[in-house]
Design a protein around this ligand. Sequence first.
Ligand SMILES: Nc1ncnc2c1ncn2[C@@H]1O[C@H](COP(=O)(O)OP(=O)(O)OP(=O)(O)O)[C@@H](O)[C@H]1O
Length: 361
Amino acid sequence: MLSAYNAPEALTLLASHPVDLVLLDLNYTKGARTGAEGLALLKDMLVLRRDLPVLVVTGHSGVTIAVEAMRAGATDFVMKPWNNDRLVSLVTSVLEKGGRNHFSDAEPVLIAASQVMKEIVGEADRIAATRASVVISGPSGVGKALLARRIHALSSDGGAVQVFSAEDCQDLPEAGGVWICRDIEALSPALQRRLTDRLDESVPPRVIALSSQDPAGVSARLQPKLMLHLGMVTLKIPPLRERPDDVAALTSHFLHYFSARHGLPEPECDASRIAALQAEAWPQNVRGLRAAVERVVIMGEWQVSSDKTAPQTSEALTLRDTERSLVEAALHRNSFNVTKAAKELGLTRPALYRRMARYGL
Ligand SMILES: Nc1ncnc2c1ncn2[C@@H]1O[C@H](COP(=O)(O)OP(=O)(O)OP(=O)(O)O)[C@@H](O)[C@H]1O
């Protein structure tokens, strides 16, 4: 049996262990009475594991909130103070019925501890149930694809989702439904026109467009008619270095997750370690932090500033920084004429676009 005392802990356990059933107190924080926190956690758990049996336990907030929880996907509820025999028989019958689908359809957990991420996730959840298209922008590795999958998971389009990249897209998908399109700004003018036509149809696909450009960069590169459809809702995820609260929460999540996944002990992590991680630049954002923490788990020790890794990191950073400034300078010299800048840099236009997207230029 596993116990968690707050939402991030519960989600981490769920992502890293084969859980058959959850018993969820709808007011798990001392003094909480409305049941709102329990309902929010229930929703997050069901995003992670659509078929997870969850029995909610409710007292103060009464039967209305229990009914709301059932509507949101809880399997059943028990009222406080509960009768032990009834609870045991309920648990047994749910376990006997339940399919044991532990990991197969599990989505990675989306951790949002900072205020800014909470607001973005709140907005994403709010529009998830609609058919609105959305643009999610933010530098590489911040979690755009993860947020897009969450929107899909919470939407009523339970069906298949088509994920494709505009960069190597020769044609649009035939089927409708939900389309997650990476690097939307790289869509060719012809495909932009075709996409606009599809979105004008009576049953258009729902497009979740992702881009490493900021919203202004996206609208500068897409045709105005297409932007009218896509730009209805824009969510901008800031780089990880601007979200220290998320660095702390993600580190503890990944430590736990990878320890369970690799069957290894969880390395210690104190406040000074977290402070050091919060001071890092994280050029690859959450993707970089995730890989760094997995490495710590596998190696069994923190080597972030060891002799072996430090030079590699700084060399990688220097190369990256140099490339970024070369690309930026060439673009400025050529007044953002991509054809001329690409020629000057000895790159093809798509290769330059890729770098511009990578560096958010
Ligand atoms: N808030 C988060 N909580 C947990 N994991 C996260 C979070 N954000 C990102 N990740 C993880 O970081 C990795 C990168 O995320 P994702 O692929 O969604 O980023 P992206 O912005 O779409 O990147 P790119 O633009 O390079 O495709 C994934 O493994 C994802 O699960």
